[in-house]
Design a protein around this ligand. Structure first.
Ligand code: CP
Length: 304
């Protein structure tokens, strides 16, 4: 049985096939409307979510399947002390596939060791978010027409942002990616990621402190929220939260075909005025998340 815990669980060919399938879903929605009839998806969310949980649920509904689950740990028996392992062992009796989010890094991996149904990591702490990565890759491919030879700037909280960590790992396998990290010193990418992706010297990255100094060079700008829930100290969060705010003056020197991505939710880091600029891709990105999750569910249930 196949689980999806880390973006590197998927080969480049498997990613290509999933993105091709997502493109076909977008072009031919009615073809897929009943393919999951009789199948059930469980969404076990021990941490808040809007996009990931609801797009998973919408994805399964649009495939003709059913959904069950919980949206917070408070409404599950984990409040009575039940372990993740027991929860998942039981839910895998009820559901054909499980999407799970948990604040503890590694919890979905632990779940995968106990589950009788495939587990999809829907975000574990500050670690990984592989289905957001598939969403991001689909968005970049649809917007730019390629996944190689791209200069991408990651801006904001690169320390705690799991979407950043997963996307850096995934993009590290494509040719000609230039990584530019834009963050304060306290929010630079974690040491483990530096070791995993950049330590052998085959790939490098540039670290800068301001958006302005790199804006004209970027093909993709990946903005992120400062992850308040992962800070140990509110004062540090308050000091760092508004370090980067993308507004129209900041875009003055950007390429005309820049693609602005953000996994969302946003707080202040992109001014609302940017939403109307054609370079703002983040709401299209959120929609792509539903289509790529439809592709993933079909793939993991061996329907397509
Ligand atoms: N991008 C993302 O994971 O959003 P949610 O936290 O709303 O699921």
């Amino acid at each position: 049985m196949k689980h999806l815990i880390d973006p590197m669980d998927l080969s480049l060919q498997e990613i290509d096939d999933l993105l091709d399938l997502a493109d076909d879903v977008i072009a031919n929605k009615e073809k897929y409307a009943k393919v999951c009839e009789g199948k059930k998806l469980a969404t076990l969310f021990f941490e808040p979510s809007t996009r990931t949980r609801l797009s998973f649920e919408a994805a399964m509904m649009e495939l003709g399947g059913n959904v069950l689950g919980f949206s917070s740990a408070d409404s599950s028996s984990s409040t009575k002390g039940e372990s993740v392992a027991d929860t998942v062992k039981v839910v895998s009796c009820y559901a054909d596939i499980i999407a799970m989010r948990h604040p503890k890094e590694g919890a979905p991996f632990l779940a995968s060791l106990k589950s009788d149904s495939p587990i999809i990591n829907a975000g574990d702490g500050g670690h990984n978010h592989p289905t957001q990565t598939l969403t991001d890759l689909l968005t970049i491919r649809r917007e730019k027409g390629r996944l190689d030879h791209i200069t991408i700037g990651f801006c904001g909280d690169l320390k705690f942002g799991r979407t950043v960590h997963s996307l850096i790992k995934a993009l590290s396998r494509y040719e000609g990616i230039r990584f530019v990290m834009i963050s304060p010193e306290e929010l630079e990418i974690p040491e483990y990621l530096r070791e995993e992706v950049f330590s052998d010297g085959k790939l490098t990255y540039e670290q800068v402190r301001t958006l302005d100094e790199v804006m004209p060079e970027l093909d993709v700008l990946y903005m992120t929220r400062v992850q308040r829930e992962r800070f140990f100290n509110e004062a540090d969060y308050v000091r760092l939260k508004d370090t980067y705010i993308l507004d129209m003056p900041k875009l003055k020197n950007a390429k005309p075909d820049l693609s602005i991505l953000h996994p969302l939710p946003r707080v202040n880091e992109i001014a609302v005025e940017v939403d109307d600029d054609p370079r703002a891709c983040y709401f299209r990105q959120a929609l792509n998340g539903k289509y790529v999750r439809m592709a993933l569910i079909m793939n993991m249930l061996e329907i397509a």
